[in-house]
Every structure is written in structure tokens, then in C-alpha cells.
Design a protein around this ligand. Structure first.
Ligand code: PMP
Length: 402
């Protein structure tokens, strides 16, 4: 019996899908004893399981509502909570019509692309940036214009020249994608003057800004800079945040805030996508927050992850060769490293042999590059693994050079 020949049935997008390079690499890291600095997962050891279980009481109290389909815009009590809780960051309590609850920020990003990007349009992204975003954007037919980053985030000063060149080459840039705090993967935070300059430029050139901020609450040192959203009075910034890193990625609950007209379009798109984000998940997250647990949990995770960040910094200082270039991130989950002259794909294979994993640089570059870079995540590994992981990484670097 012959099987279906899928090539003649699949869409062009589906035909061009490639397995995520990170997921392929992660398969190699499943070996027993492996220390993983690879995937950017939160630490399950601190998931607030008991408090989440307590939140299930909303099922006995409002079960008939939360087991039903809900509004596409999101579970109203959760939206009200988020509007109040986020007001200091947003600069004001945002209105219900400015907010959409999404099934993870990942969906928010896809919805945004689907309402702004036609196949062949371009998105301006940071070099390096989050590969999951590149994946979604590619699926929507986007091309990329890239802007380099340094320790203060995106080089906004280079943007006018980059945009002029891109326009001359026929790129139609539909929005700028910026991960403003403790960027994935660079760990860098966009400085306050650059945020201001970016918004000014966006106004001048009529650009839409997508401010993706899943790590903004995870600041271990210093004080937060105002969001770009809070400085915008034209509705040109759309802001995304998520419960994935501050609570539980398995909840798949995140939110976007933006101009009501844009949000309305995204709501209509989401209607055709999943009708609504799981009401059960939204209600559990809401009740967890309503019981005051989020306020108690945040200081706990800040302490937990800052200890790990410090542990990784100390282990790298002690064990890595002097040519390793990196900054200590003030928050988030990641160290970004450059090893001049090292091909990190080759290093990865040596490192896996030695029992430590990371993600290679090129995964984070939209148009190529980053061969000598790597991302090392400290959130998931256990504290006692941080030093041993650094020792193994140093051995793998030596193996490669010998
Ligand atoms: N944006 C960035 C920068 C991320 O790092 C991630 C997850 N790694 C996401 C968005 C997606 O998060 P969510 O779990 O909310 O879909």
C-alpha cells in the first residue's frame, strides 16, 4: 500500500519548515549526567506547586464559568489584575481594550506578525535575538534586517543608516522587535537613553515597536528603566509579558498591551486561531495572583536565580580562559559569551562529550553570524552543577585547541 506523497499537498510554508536547531541540539543533551546550560527553562525546583494547588479552589467556586468558552480577549478578572499590577511598569492602568491574553507570548508574537506582516515584508531584529521569534516570523514570510547590539542593548545610533540602506535594498520594515530587559540571548538591557532614542526614531520614521519583556521582572541588581510603552503617547509600542518566567511556562498564559485598534485586529485573528486561551489556565493563574501568592513568589525567585547567576559568574571567573568575553547580566537567565577563534558548533560536540551543554551562537542570528558565540543559561542547572559545568566547558575548550 503506498502512502500519501505529502509534497503535493503541503503549503509552501510547511514545505520550508526546518526543525528548530536548538531542539535538535537539545536531543544530544539528554544523556545521563549531562549538565545543561542549554534550554532557557525556569527551575522546576521552585515552582509554587502547593500555592497553585490552593488556587484550584476557583474550580469549585466558579467552575461553571471557567469550564466554559471564554472571551477571546481574555478572562476579565485576570485582565483587571494585570492592569493594576502592571500599572507602575506601563506608566498607567491600561484599559481593557488595550490588553489581550495570549497562549504564551509566542502566540502573541505570531498574532502580531499575522496582523502586520505580508510575506516578503521585513522585521528589524536585534543581532543576536530569540530564535523562537525568528521561527514565527519566518513562518509568516518575513525577511530580516538586523541591528548589532552591545552591552547596552540595540545600537540605536546605527539604526538610521541601517534603515536607509534597507529601504534602498527594497525592504519594507513593518516593525522593530526589541527584547528590552536581560535580552535572550545577550543578557543585555537596553539603556534608558537608547529607549528614548528608539522611540524618537520610531516617531520620526513612523515605525511600530514590539517591546518583548518576559524577563523584566527578573532583575537581580539595580533599578528598572521605564518601559518604552510608558513613554509612548502615539500607540506605536506594543508590549508583551508572560507568566512563563515568573511563574510557570506550563500555564501558557501571557499578555499583550497595545493600541486598541491593533489589539482588536489581533483579537479577530485569535478568534480564528484558538477562540480563546484556556480559561481554566487563566483562572488558575488569576486565583494564584488574587490569593497574593505572586507577590510572595517574586522575591523568592529573585533570590534563587541571583544566587545561580553569581555561582555561574564565579565559576566562569575561576575556570574559563582569559580570552572568554562576557558580561555579568543584571537579570534574566543568560550569559552570552564570545570565544574568539573558536567554532562553537565544534566546541558543542566536545562539550557534550565532556557532559555540559549550551546553545551555539548562529541559532540567534537572523541573517548569519555568531559562529564564535554561545549562550549559557544558569536558571535550570542546580547550584552545585554550576562550577562543575564551567570546569567541563574549560576542558572542552582545551580539547578543541589541542
Ligand atoms: N520572548 C522571549 C524573548 C523568550 O525568551 C520567550 C521564551 N523563551 C518567549 C518570548 C516566549 O515565551 P512564552 O512561554 O510566554 O510563549
Amino acid at each position: 500500500m503506498s502512502r500519501v506523497a505529502w509534497d503535493s499537498h503541503l503549503s509552501d510554508v510547511a514545505k520550508n519548515l526546518r526543525p528548530s536547531p536548538i531542539r535538535e541540539l537539545l536531543k544530544l543533551t539528554k544523556k545521563p549526567g549531562m549538565i545543561s546550560f542549554a534550554g532557557g527553562n525556569p527551575d522546576p525546583a521552585i515552582f509554587p506547586v502547593a500555592e497553585f494547588s490552593e488556587a484550584t479552589r476557583i474550580l469549585s467556586e466558579r467552575g461553571r464559568e471557567v469550564l466554559q468558552y471564554g472571551p477571546t480577549e481574555g478572562f476579565e478578572p485576570l485582565k483587571q489584575f494585570l492592569s493594576r499590577w502592571m500599572a507602575p511598569r506601563m506608566g498607567r492602568a491600561t484599559a481593557p481594550e488595550e490588553m489581550l491574553i495570549t497562549s504564551g507570548s509566542q502566540q502573541g508574537m505570531d498574532l502580531l506578525c499575522s496582523v502586520l506582516v505580508n510575506p516578503g515584508d521585513s522585521i528589524l531584529v536585534e543581532d543576536p535575538t530569540y530564535p523562537g521569534a525568528l521561527h514565527t516570523m519566518r513562518n509568516r514570510g518575513a525577511r530580516f534586517v538586523t541591528v548589532p547590539c552591545d552591552a547596552e542593548g540595540m545600537r540605536v545610533d546605527l539604526l538610521p543608516g541601517i534603515l536607509d540602506r534597507a529601504a534602498a535594498e527594497g525592504h519594507r520594515v513593518k516593525f522593530v522587535y526589541a527584547i528590552v530587559n536581560f535580552q535572550n540571548p545577550s543578557g543585555a538591557t537596553l539603556s534608558a537613553p537608547r529607549r528614548k532614542a528608539l522611540l524618537e526614531l520610531a516617531k520620526e520614521r513612523d515605525l511600530i515597536l514590539f517591546e518583548d519583556d518576559p524577563y523584566g521582572h527578573l532583575r537581580y541588581d539595580g533599578v528598572s528603566d521605564p518601559t518604552i510603552f510608558s513613554q509612548d503617547d502615539e500607540g506605536r509600542v506594543v508590549y508583551a509579558c508572560s507568566f512563563s518566567k515568573i511563574l510557570a511556562p506550563g500555564s501558557r498564559v501571557a499578555w499583550m498591551v497595545g493600541d486598541p485598534e491593533l489589539i482588536r485586529r489581533m483579537v479577530m485573528m485569535k478568534q480564528g486561531n484558538d477562540l480563546c486561551t484556556s480559561v481554566v489556565a487563566q483562572a488558575l493563574v488569576y486565583e494564584y495572583c488574587n490569593l497574593g501568592h505572586l507577590e510572595g513568589f517574586l522575591p523568592k525567585i529573585l533570590k534563587h536565580y541571583s544566587v545561580k547567576r553569581d555561582g555561574m559568574a564565579e565559576a566562569f571567573r575561576k575556570h574559563l580562559p582569559a580570552e572568554a568575553e562576557y558580561h555579568i547580566p543584571a537579570g534574566g537567565f543568560f550569559f552570552w559569551m564570545r570565544l574568539p577563534g573558536v567554532d562553537t558548533k565544534e566546541l558543542f560536540l566536545k562539550a557534550v562529550d565532556r557532559g555540559v551543554a549550551f546553545v551555539t551562537g548562529p541559532s540567534f542570528f537572523a541573517n548569519g553570524g555568531g559562529e564564535d558565540c554561545l549562550r549559557l543559561c544558569f536558571s535550570f542547572a542546580q547550584p552545585e552543577e554550576l562550577e562543575e559545568g564551567a570546569v567541563r566547558l574549560a576542558e572542552a575548550i582545551r580539547d578543541l585547541k589541542s
